[in-house]
Write a protein that binds this ligand. Structure first.
Ligand code: PEP
Ligand code: MG
Length: 539
């Protein structure tokens, strides 16, 4: 057995087979084909082989596991043989002279995007199936050995690196956890894993030879065991069982308020990345949504989604949380979150670069699409809109002007719109230092401790080498949170924390003492946080 240590932010456990993830982009070398007929026959061979593989997998699973699990492969066969999907690929090869790989990738990505933007969670989940099928076809075409690609069982994913856009595409129903060489626990990829409730271990010296081997991830000990003996697996299975039991017991707190024994009430909200996360937020007793990172919806789209698409998504979120607190953050793209349609140029210092509100203010035509969709959705219920990465007063004033322009346009077009509550993220030291002035411009603050730590401590949150220096308890950070809280309360507006530190139970008492009004955390952190608050004894 090998024991390898890394870095994680959750204490989850995963037990299962490792599957090595190869980046699709590395497989697709060329977009244009010299010989379309040859490409077509390559695709046809891959298509038929995949159909056969899926049939075999279906039969094997039916015999060894059960009809419900086997049905997945039947469904994949149906999706793959869908005439429109098939014809779109063939068209791309023959008419547009694309390689088989490129045709599969582009048609599959487009379909995936359409699926995940649907209101229906069942259809959204089919997006992950499309990814599975694409992977299968692409690996066949690559001619590489794929020892564990046919895993019918859930797996631990191993990769050199995983970008946030790749992570949102993973099929979470079969993902037990992941280990990567690159990345850090405060990256968006790790935050996504936390919302998916799987452990992510980063900064691991991975080896391709582990593909297909058994492993155990211990998030609390921040290590992974490769080829663990049976006794260790049994020990971890029993640990997992007690964690499940504890989680079940925590459910008794679901309907109870987050109130300290001396009667101090604090609101607990959930951070979500896609509308599908609302389900777990509700299950874990969220009082509302404190942060919907809207950009995750649009990370992988080839084009920026139009107003109508966005309107339906935001409206759906409000409808799923009737009468509750809902905060939707405007686009926070850039830095580690790159979208093809933005065509962002490579930058020397992306975290200090063209990002979030800076892009939106520079490209009002893009910003307005989202704002108009949000304003229209706000006609359905009380909505909070939050602007990220504010550093200067003029930015929020300009953002408010653009909101006003959008309202005027909608009124002229006689389209119904609401009057959302406007707030900002406090996640730069500059915003902390001018918090008193900012508080006069907006209705609420939410402190983004992930970026506030990054910018205050002058360290890249995605750089695994800096993990030992990334200290969410740093006194500078604590003082900044207190200053923000004081400034908010002097102006009479509420302040919440929506960064990862909000879920750090060793900081809960400090935050309550500072007067923080609400904490917004990943759905699975809600009940442990509520228990801590309800059992808190001040000293
Ligand atoms: C933060 O910076 O703390 C935050 C909540 O936003 P994100 O993690 O998406 O940057
Ligand atoms: Mg941030």
């Amino acid at each position: 057995m090998l024991t390898i240590t890394g870095q994680s932010i959750s204490s989850e456990i995963a037990i299962g087979m490792i599957r090595f993830y190869r980046h699709k982009k590395n497989i697709i070398n060329d977009a244009v084909a010299a010989d379309p007929d040859a490409e077509l026959s390559r695709y046809q061979v891959a298509y038929h082989t995949t159909m056969e593989q899926l049939q075999l997998l279906h039969d094997k699973t039916l015999e060894q596991i059960g009809p419900e699990e086997a049905a997945i492969f039947e469904m994949h066969r149906m999706l793959l043989s869908d005439r429109q999907f098939h014809h779109a690929i063939v068209h791309s090869i023959i008419q547009d002279h694309k390689t088989a790989e490129y045709a599969i990738y582009s048609v599959g990505e487009e379909l995936w995007n359409r699926f995940i933007q649907m209101d229906d969670p069942y259809i959204q989940a089919r997006g992950a199936d499309i990814q599975d099928i694409m992977n299968r076809l692409l690996f066949l075409l690559s001619g590489k050995k794929e020892s564990s690609m046919d895993a019918t069982e859930p797996f631990i994913l191993m990769a050199e690196d995983l970008s946030p856009s790749e992570t949102v595409q993973l099929n979470s129903s079969r993902l037990l956890g992941f280990i990567t060489r690159q990345g850090s626990p405060y990256s968006h990829t790790a935050i996504l894993a936390k919302t998916m409730n799987v452990p992510a271990l980063m900064h691991i010296d991975i080896e391709e030879a582990w593909d297909g081997h058994m492993a155990v991830i211990d998030g609390a000990k921040q290590c992974v065991y490769i080829d663990p003996p049976e006794e260790l697996i049994a020990e971890y299975r029993s640990k997992q069982a007690s964690m499940v039991k504890e989680r079940r017991e925590l459910q008794t707190l679901k309907e109870l308020p987050a109130v300290t024994p001396d009667g101090h009430r604090i609101a607990l909200y959930a951070n979500i990345n896609t509308p599908a996360d609302i389900e777990s937020a509700v299950k874990q007793g969220a009082e509302g949504i404190g942060l919907f990172r809207s950009e995750f919806l649009y990370l992988n789209t080839q084009e920026y989604p139009d107003e109508e698409v966005q309107y339906h998504i935001y409206r759906h979120v409000l409808e799923r949380m009737p009468g509750r607190h809902v905060v939707i953050r405007t686009l926070d793209l850039g830095a580690d979150k790159k979208s093809p349609y933005l065509a962002l140029e490579p930058e020397e210092n992306p975290a200090l670069g063209y990002r979030a509100i800076r892009i939106c203010l520079n490209r009002p035509e893009l910003f307005k699409i989202q704002l108009r969709a949000l304003l229209r959705a706000a006609a359905q219920g009380q909505l909070h809109i939050m602007f990220p990465m504010i550093t200067s007063l003029w930015e929020i004033r300009r953002a408010k002007e653009i909101v006003a322009e959008c309202k005027a346009e909608l009124a002229e077009e006689q389209l119904p719109y609401g009057d959302p509550i406007l707030g900002i993220m406090i996640e730069t030291p500059a915003a902390v230092m001018i918090a008193e002035e900012l508080a006069k411009e907006v209705d609420f603050f939410s402190i983004g401790t992930n970026d506030l730590a990054q910018y205050t401590l002058a360290l890249d949150r995605n750089n695994a080498k800096l993990h030992d220096f990334y200290d969410p308890h740093h006194p500078a950070l604590m003082r900044m949170i207190r200053m923000t809280s004081d400034a908010a309360h002097t102006a009479g507006i509420p302040v919440s924390i929506c960064g990862e530190a909000g879920a750090d139970l060793s900081l809960t008492e400090t935050f309550i003492r500072m007067g923080i009004d609400a904490l917004s955390v990943a759905p699975n952190s809600l009940l442990p946080l509520k228990r801590t608050i309800r059992e808190m004894s001040f000293h």
